[in-house]
Design a protein around this ligand. Structure first.
Ligand code: TXA
Ligand code: MG
Length: 317
């Protein structure tokens, strides 16, 4: 059910959930200070309670309300990348809901870069916790229609068009002593973070910060079983075997080159474009209801690391 900005704000203030647009993916939002509202997110998504949520705030000035420490490095990162696709995990104040924190001592914060959701946050004065608006382990939504297809027509959706980054935010934890660590890769790369932080990430073996709970091997998955290939010849060979066996397939290819004899979507050989179109393409390939999706992996270069991460999880069996 599509709702206006005013209706979305009214629903959130009543303690209901609303799907909201962000530049990365659509989120399933609830008032981050209302435990009953937050619990509805977990029920609708069928998400385990120990997976914490990201709190979306309207402005960097609101960080102090949530955290006991906002180390210089985190301030620099927030100033460089907010509003934007960076989530900062920081030590949480006592009053921060345990439902949001999933039992952790930290809280994840981000100022999203989407005009509709920024207007919602500013006009309502709310901060909203929002995981991606999909069922647990399934593909994230990048349009209002994806949300409705995944969660049903009854969910109120604030339509803000297609997400232009297309994959989830980069998550970085920063401890009170300023040590930082990448918890989830995104289109803001670890190199981008290191440049602004001006110090290397903490040695993982020596870490004192928590991992991102919920980073399951199987995640971001279409319903159709998906097979990953390092190159086009291997993908084409598999398609021939499947067709011989009487099975149907569809393929996602990156860049120019030979194609298999089945439905094909070709994305340009550019990381930003592939990120933007990735989930939408997987949603439409999934809707074809073929027996197998065949996906060509991009090169293992740093610019592709977030896309490789999502594809490897989507293909995990
Ligand atoms: O781009 C995004 O980040 C999107 C949009 C809606 O903002 N949100 C999103 O949320 O991807 P979700 O719930 O699907 O993923 C959030 C991730 C989870 O892996 C969770 O474990 C981690 O953030 N996270 C949240 N709070 C955390 C905390 N306090 N410590 C460690 N990880 C945390
Ligand atoms: Mg998610």
């Amino acid at each position: 059910m599509r709702v206006s900005l005013e209706q979305a704000i009214a629903e959130l203030k009543k303690g209901e959930v609303v799907a909201i647009p962000t530049e990365t993916v659509y989120g399933l939002a609830a008032d981050a200070t209302n435990d009953d509202a937050l619990k509805k997110i977990f029920t609708i998504k069928q998400r385990p309670a120990d997976h914490p949520l990201i709190v979306h705030i309207g402005d960097i000035d609101q960080v102090d309300y949530w955290v006991t420490a906002f180390p210089d490095i985190a301030v620099k990162l927030a100033k460089a990348f907010w509003p934007g696709a960076l989530t900062l995990v920081l030590p949480a104040k006592q009053h921060v809901s345990r439902v949001v924190r999933g039992g952790e001592s930290t809280v994840a914060l981000r100022v999203p870069n989407h005009p509709v959701t920024l207007a919602l946050l500013k006009q309502s004065g709310l901060s909203v916790a929002a995981p991606s608006a999909n069922l647990f382990t399934q593909l994230s939504p990048t349009t209002a229609s994806h949300v409705e297809a995944g969660l049903g027509e009854a969910i109120p959706v604030l339509d803000g068009g297609a997400c232009n980054i297309g994959i989830e935010s980069t998550i970085v934890s920063v401890a009170a002593n300023g040590q930082w660590q990448l918890l989830r890769p995104g289109m803001i790369s670890e190199e981008d973070i290191a440049k602004i932080a001006n110090i290397k990430p903490a040695n993982v073996a020596a870490q004192t910060t928590p991992k991102a709970p919920g980073q399951h091997a199987l995640h971001y998955s279409p319903r159709t079983s998906l097979i990953l290939f390092k190159d086009k010849p291997a993908l084409i060979k598999e398609s021939e075997l499947l067709i011989q066996a009487g099975l149907t397939c569809a393929a996602l290819l990156i860049g120019d080159g030979d194609a298999p004899n089945c439905a094909v979507v070709r994305l340009p050989n550019q990381p930003d474009k592939v990120a933007e179109l990735l989930y939408g393409t997987l949603h439409s390939l999934d809707a074809m209801r073929v027996d197998r999706l065949l996906v060509e992996l991009p090169p293992s270069a740093p610019a592709w690391s977030a896309i490789l991460d999502r594809l490897n999880r989507a293909g995990h069996r």
